[in-house]
Ligand binder design. Structure first.
Ligand code: NDP
Length: 283
């Protein structure tokens, strides 16, 4: 009788990794001579932004760090947002500033982001910090750092690996691709104009998907032995969260995969506060 074994992928559990890395972060916080404060500037009340901020605030509370959530109306002027960023820059009680993205269409993201004092730029998105991490220096944007720490936790090296990053946004895809390159990976970047996504994803050892399209990556995009990092966060019709990868259709093919929720998102929050502590260490 023939027996067929269905292998299920290893789950790269972000919650487990975050819990394991938490004592190290707490130790660093205890080593500071003051309690750090993170200012979170939110323009509009988008549901996704509100839930990301809720997670950041809950984590700040858990680790004993202060947060100052500044919520602004959707129709606020760009000048007013800039004034508020400048107030946070000048406030010596605030060590880290994050402007929750995306911003409403009438506000120019780059202008607002580049108003943040680079020394308080906890998500490393100001031009000065982008040029630093592009060269492998300074802090990384939180999602890229979170992906790096998750891979490290599971002892998955990026060195000499073929990595296909799907998504090339300034906030997520680009920093992840550069982080992988700086860790020694051979990186391919895919985007909305990529003609044959499956060919590009199938040639990778590691696929990192950061698009925001439910179920974009299907069984036809993957092969045995691959590691899948699903950065995407999408809301399904039933209100539940899911990633860009069709988990059910790939889980018996690939070697390892991050769940959504409970994967990269957990690590992004941890990484944001690791960045804050690193900034404080330099004060
Ligand atoms: P953006 O909309 O800014 O960027 C999406 C990227 O996906 C673009 O580069 C776009 O290409 C590309 N893209 C769109 N359609 C396709 C397609 N069919 N095939 C290949 N590439 C495509 O989104 P973000 O980068 O800000 O966020 C991406 C996802 O990551 C979202 O789901 C977001 O919620 C999630 N996220 C998760 C975090 C976490 O911690 N887990 C943190 C932050 C975000 P092009 O450049 O050509 O337009």
């Amino acid at each position: 009788m023939l027996c067929s074994y269905i292998m299920s992928a290893q789950i790269l559990d972000g919650r487990k990794a975050r819990e394991a890395l938490l004592p190290g972060l707490m130790e660093k916080i205890r080593g500071l001579s003051f309690v750090p404060t993170l200012a979170i500037i939110q323009v509009s009340d988008r549901i996704d932004s509100t839930s990301f901020i809720k997670a950041k605030k809950a984590f700040a509370k858990k680790i004993g760090v202060n947060e100052k959530h500044i919520q602004l109306a959707e129709n606020i002027s760009q000048e007013k947002v800039i004034d508020i960023v400048r107030e946070c820059n000048a406030d010596s009680n605030i060590q880290g500033i994050i402007v929750q993205l995306p911003l409403p269409a009438h506000i120019e993201r780059d202008i607002v982001i580049n108003t943040i004092d680079p020394n308080k730029d906890v998500d490393a998105l100001t031009a000065m910090n982008v040029s630093k991490w592009s060269e492998g220096r300074g802090i990384l944007p939180a999602t890229a750092r979170g992906v790096r720490e998750l891979l490290k936790f599971y002892k998955i090296s990026l060195k000499d690996k073929k990595v296909t990053v799907v998504g090339r946004s300034e906030l997520v895809g680009k920093p992840i691709a550069i982080m992988c390159r700086n860790e020694g990976a051979i990186v391919t970047v895919c985007h909305s104009k990529t003609l044959d996504l499956a060919t590009e994803t199938k040639k990778a050892d590691i696929i990192i998907c950061a698009v925001g399209k439910l179920g974009l990556i299907q069984s036809k995009h993957v092969k045995r032995g691959q590691i899948i990092i699903d950065v995407g966060i999408n809301r399904k019709e039933d209100g539940m969260l899911a990633g860009d990868v069709d988990f059910q259709s790939v889980k018996n093919i690939v070697a390892a995969i991050t769940p959504v929720p409970g994967g990269v998102g957990q690590m992004t929050v941890l990484a944001l506060f690791e960045n804050l502590v690193d900034i404080c260490g330099n004060i």
